[in-house]
Design a protein around this ligand. Sequence first.
Ligand SMILES: CSCC[C@H](NC=O)C(=O)N[C@@H](CC(C)C)C(=O)N[C@@H](Cc1ccccc1)C(=O)O
Length: 760
Amino acid sequence: MHPFLDLPMHVSAQWRRAPYALALLACAAPAALIAQPGRGGGGGAGGAGAAAGGASPSNALPALPKGPRAMMLRDWYRVANLSNPAVSPDGKRIAVTVTRAVEADNRRHSEIWVVNAAGGEPQRWTSPSTESSNPRWSADGKYLFFTSQRAGGTGNTWAIRLDQPSGEAIQVGDYPNGSMPSDGSFAVFTDAGRPAPTAPSPDPFGQMQPMARPPFEAITRPSVSARFDGRHVVDMSYKVNGVGFVPGRRVARTWRPTQIARQPIGDTTKKVITSTAYSHRGPVVSPDGKWIAFTADSRLRPDSVVDRERDSLATLPYNKVRDEAERNDADIYIIDANGGTPRKLTDWMGAESQITWSPDGKQIAFIGRPGRTKNSNIYVVDAAGGTPRALLGNWQYEPGNFDWLPGGIQFTAEIGGRSAVLRADMSGKSLPTELVSGRRQLRGASYDESGKTLAYVATSMNKPTELFVASGDGTGERQLTNFNKDVNADVVWSDAERITYKSVGNLEIEGWLMKPYGYEAGKKYPMVIYIHGGPHSSYGEGWFDEFQNLAAQGMFVLFTNPRGSSGYGAPFTYSTRGRWGMEDYQDLMKAVDIVSVRADVDSTKMGATGGSYGGFMTTWMATKTTRFKAIETDRTITDWTYWYGSSDAQGLTEFEFYGKPWDNQKLYDELSPIRYVNKVKTPMLIVQSEEDHRTPMGSAEIWFMSLKKQGVPVELIRYPRSNHDLSRTGEPWLLVDRLGRLRQWFGYWLQGVQPGAVAN
Ligand SMILES: CSCC[C@H](NC=O)C(=O)N[C@@H](CC(C)C)C(=O)N[C@@H](Cc1ccccc1)C(=O)O
């Protein structure tokens, strides 16, 4: 996880898509009708309208032309995204979340579908009138649990009964979520307890909006509370991208360390088995049900002490000795499954996650990262204690999620721009073996209880996601769904050629060149380079709406993973620390050099686009070269000191730029494109979301004004009700509008298409 936010660090720039939007866009209508397997209501996977609800006659939209043809903007609404596959314990069925847009309603919709592992038509298992996602089976196979915000319940875990006839989804109090022993008799989970009841005291500011109320220990007060509806801020973290403004505390700070609770299956009585001043994290019970392993502070200090130390360190200037020292914030502990004194499993420097017991309960495996800029690895240690040994040796890449199956440890990993399922060599002497691979991206590997059935969702450059099943060892793969059958039949998705090249310092860089729709040998086409953000994310071997959009407009799309990208090992990822815009810029330019000499690329008609870090890079490029005829900069950063003060993620540059702006002002200034804006000659389209707290509006505004004042063609599109993730999870109509703007901007400057003439 990212150290500052609850976000996975190494994430494909293409992959973070629809499911994340649900919290924002789901309409929590009451469950109307649950379509049960075999009872109709769902239809087959090919029934495009079935999963999305479809447009009713009153709001029907004109039909799209039949294909084969180029992608039109409205095809975007037709693409289904599959996620979170879950194999039933007996390996017979696979549940998966299917998310589509409902064009007429400007929203996304998610349902759980289930398909037999042996094949056949998938069936919809959850209501089309409410949102459901993230399916998981109970260990005894009696329930299919899923996440939903249905009305009339508590919490968001709902279930469909499988062991007896059932109607609507229910909530199950006697089947807790958590880690279970092999016999499935109880579950363990963390419990933050309830705040101690306090006598209600009259609140003179109770009628005010939460952000307007004076926070705890604030010095100022509204003169007349009914006349102030602004925001009163005293805390450092007062806004979060995707969440919005966060009201300050109204009472003194208290700590509620998370404890471990256990609950028998079939009983609603929960027993909290610890009572400590420190928090327990990620408890997992041993297969025999006797022990629980968890992570906690390496010195078991109270949460209050850890937090206060962290807060006071955060106010100090950068100090190389202190801030670059190896850290050991947490360790793994083992406690009796009924409570007692924990035993430290191992004093292991670095961060441990995904604690997993071996099937025989004798060993424990975990993902360990020895230092922030070091590769993570899978480690195994005796449950009795000892020194953890790494299974992946000096493998260049890093493990994603892993499972300890009866036959050994299997895991997923990003290997550059593709991803694979691999088996670790348990002796740690050999490199892992790829079981499922190829030029594609796989996600969500899920196994049955025996490890003999494996399911995952996969996509490749010209194929949107579908569900696949294979034997546990990766053999005998079969595609189980065809949710995108209709759109695939109409639209000719473009494919891309993979390229690798040597850049500064002889470093190998991976990239791809996607062909324009209707490509004909002997002709020349414009080319647009796409630059991803993060900077620690990556492009790769998966279907991506943005690339398809410009390829459909008749352009080559070039995309690469310059140094700083994830998926190539931590040294590659962090090699740009303190050097943003230096060698990584050259990696990008080198790709342009290589591609622009091709006979089919029109080097006089090249463009560039990118978002966030890629937005910074596009403005940086605009100050350095005039080789691009047009640029689009998205959720951009043009001044790092302004960004530091206005974003929700200061920790990023405190690490990457070795301190706060006043610790290292020269670097913050030198890497800010705004310092060189007088050099910009390239027409620029600026796209920015009004509620983006990650890369706030000011960077776009100053860039817009600076170009205007210099007579450089520039347009600024400000999207309402949108945050940093507009291009991934934003309102569908706005998201598609943005795709249209990109087509039009590059269509105008690179193809001479007149305003308004770009086809939708
Ligand atoms: C809390 S530190 C923020 C790091 C975070 N990295 C996640 O990818 C991030 O937001 N980075 C920004 C740049 C930063 C504000 C200077 C960024 O470039 N975000 C990218 C990354 C991204 C890629 C794929 C999917 C989601 C995000 C972006 O928004 O495109």
